[in-house]
Design a protein around this ligand. Structure first.
Ligand code: FUB
Length: 320
């Protein structure tokens, strides 16, 4: 009996590695997920919360990458870039979005600009590999705080979300307090047109745009503490019809930030919470120590979205 017990324990632990759980990672704090499906693999890019506690503010220096072919087992790739790799940036590796075009990966991301253009800015970096390393593609910011005047705060140009139409036209959505979008040039390295605004109720930040069948969806963090709301349209240019709350306030986190993907015929909602418990006596998860989680996403017959049910189990086998 004793021998059997000794054998059973390692077996239990090894099989538990394949069981989904939320948050996904408990050895590192991850925030602001942005997922990309490429060649049958899901690449998950996250910010990296390194604040020593939940008292002061975010401390974020670099971005992390993970990959999976089943949404349950994740391979860690390590930092793909740090904020100060943009020579014009002071730091603050905030939210990002990755896309692929013709074998090049384009990493659009938020950083704090140096004092020549104070405030938060959006840069673009490229690599031939989805896991980097990524290098600044243009040597300057794509969007700086002085380019938009809708709100007085210097963090209103954050959280890029990229959407490419079937004809290749690509748009960058971004913003805090005022949602904005702009067409990108064909090489994706400059703006091609004026920055326009969207009308989205209770908008805070964290835009994400996706399309399913003939419906466009824009989801975003709304109110504060943040829920995730969404709106639908028949065109990337709107008008957007507000559809309500998609996800409630996530446990122990004032912010939220979602990524929505379809993978192997199933739909997923990826977000962050502050739910990691204290490990090894270190401060627990919380508003500045966030962790990424995943749930299945379900559509109603009319194309509207069913409210997300946040779980600690994450994706069960049948949700994969
Ligand atoms: O992680 C820093 C900021 O918090 C992001 O840019 C926002 O979306 C919010 O999650």
């Amino acid at each position: 009996m004793k021998k059997l017990k000794a054998l059973a324990l390692p077996l239990l632990f090894s099989s538990s590695l394949a069981v989904a759980q939320n948050p996904l990672f408990t050895d590192v704090f991850t925030a602001d997920p942005a997922a990309l499906v490429h060649n049958d693999t899901v690449y998950l890019y996250t910010g990296h919360d390194e604040a020593p506690n939940n008292d002061v503010f975010f401390e974020m220096h670099d971005w992390l990458a993970f990959s999976s072919t089943d949404m349950v087992n994740w391979k860690k790739h390590g930092p793909i870039m740090k904020a100060t790799d943009f020579k014009w940036a002071k730091g603050e590796a905030w939210a990002s979005h990755m896309i692929e075009r013709d074998g090049t990966f384009y990493f659009f991301t938020t950083v704090r600009h140096n004092d020549t253009k104070p405030g938060f800015a959006i840069g673009v970096a490229t690599s031939k590999s989805p896991t980097g390393p990524f290098k600044d593609a243009i040597g300057h910011a794509l969007v700086t705080d002085d380019m938009t005047k809708h709100t007085p705060n210097d963090w209103d140009d954050i959280d890029p979300a990229i959407y490419t139409e079937e004809n290749g036209d690509t748009y960058m959505f971004f913003g805090n307090l005022m949602p904005k979008y702009v067409k990108l040039s064909d090489d994706l390295l400059s703006l091609d047109g004026e920055i326009k605004t969207l009308d989205l109720p209770n908008f805070t930040e964290a835009l994400w745009v996706h399309k399913k069948n003939d419906n466009y969806y824009v989801s975003y963090a709304c109110e504060f503490p943040e829920k995730i709301c969404y709106a639908m349209s028949k065109s990337i240019h709107g008008p957007w019809e507000y559809k309500g709350i998609l996800n409630e306030i996530a446990g122990n986190s004032e912010t939220n930030h979602q990524s929505i993907i379809e993978y192997k015929g199933k739909d997923y909602f990826i977000y962050h919470t502050g739910a990691v418990p204290p490990i090894d006596g270190k401060p627990s998860g919380g508003r500045f120590r966030r962790s990424v989680a995943i749930e299945p996403l379900y559509y109603n017959e009319d194309g509207t979205l069913k409210r997300i049910i946040m779980t600690t189990e994450g994706l069960s086998k049948q949700d994969k």
